[in-house]
Design a protein around this ligand. Sequence first.
Ligand code: KG4
Ligand code: ZN
Length: 337
Amino acid sequence: MRVLGIETSCDETGVAVYGEPGGLLAHRIHSQIALHARYGGVVPELASRDHVRRLLPLIDEVLQEAGLARQDLDGIAYTRGPGLIGALMVGSALARSLAWALGIPAIGVHHMEAHLLAPMLEEPAPAFPFVALLVSGGHTMLVQVAGIGRYRLLGESLDDAAGEAFDKTAKLLELPYPGGPALEALAREGDPQRFQFPRPMTDRPGLDFSFSGLKTFALNTIRAHGPEARADIARAFQDAVVDTLVIKCRRALEQTGSSRLVIAGGVSANQALREQLRALGERLNATVYYPRPQLCTDNGAMVAYAGYCRLRAGEQEALDFSPTARWPLETLREPAA
Ligand code: KG4
Ligand code: ZN
């Protein structure tokens, strides 16, 4: 079975083919960074239009790279939500039309389930059950994963997502969009001793997060110390986010008795976070799994894989299924024929 995956939930057009045998047969990402950079963030209407422009050529490139014709596909997976509704509609309309024309099934995939399964595309892949830390621009969640579609939410952000906090603080530091990677680069030059930022919500039990206060803390520090302190502020901010995530991951592993931790979503590309979680794993005798940096941020490979898993289990999608900007992960169920 070979499944084409299409990701258009935000500012990356991602296309891939996953199949057995062979695994990930080809994947391509077209980033819209250059398109949105001058606006300092994603402009939804421009994002949708660019997905329209890029999607068909990207599908042709991926099929060519995989050495396949459209007729060789057995199913098409697309991101159904959560995300920008216009951008989602582009991917879902194209995926469902193409599937209908080819007489093969289409399947709408949950974007965060796709992120959560991305480490399965790597060697060694984590076995179920595991604890997943999902850290993206829109979500920060700790999830207990018993199998595909068997998710228990352990904790989540009550305000800004981790990636959102990176992006907003980067803006305060006058860094270009996208803020996360730029802030990480600046933090590398910073002095870790100069400023101490709080570790929000770590002084009480529980696995929820709150990151919006850190951005205010950063703003006040910038005002007090001026632009000369930018790198030190970036470092203090990043250390605070990373430390907070590590503390909650430790609690989640202890609470569930799990010895496997999966990290996914855009912020999991952050090297400081990866390094600290790897060290946590060593201390707790747990194995930490994360996808290669390219598959941490939005991509078509994770969508193709999630769709493959569900189609292989015989899941079918109703014809009146439509994209959705909001879609809680906990409402997902095991694949059903
Ligand atoms: O998963 P993703 O590509 O898109 C969403 O589903 O949101 O995540 C994007 C987020 C952005 O907030 C971006 O700034 C952040 O991930 N990000 C990073 C890094 N790379 C991407 N944050 C910190 N350090 C990074 N290296
Ligand atoms: Zn994402």
